[in-house]
Write a new protein. Sequence first.
Length: 61
Amino acid sequence: MCLLHTTDAANSQIGQGETPPGSNCNPYGPCQAWCAHFATWTWRKAGITIPNYGFTGDIYT
């Protein structure tokens, strides 16, 4: 199995947004601010074992 790079995973999502717009509902985690959910999703797609964090500060602890 080929592993994607995080940038490949991220680029595959160009155009993906919240549904409905402004709701914070997205395919990467619960309906909340989702930048860290998206980042950790790309890492998991690249084969990196990391939980689905909702806050980027959790990644550094």
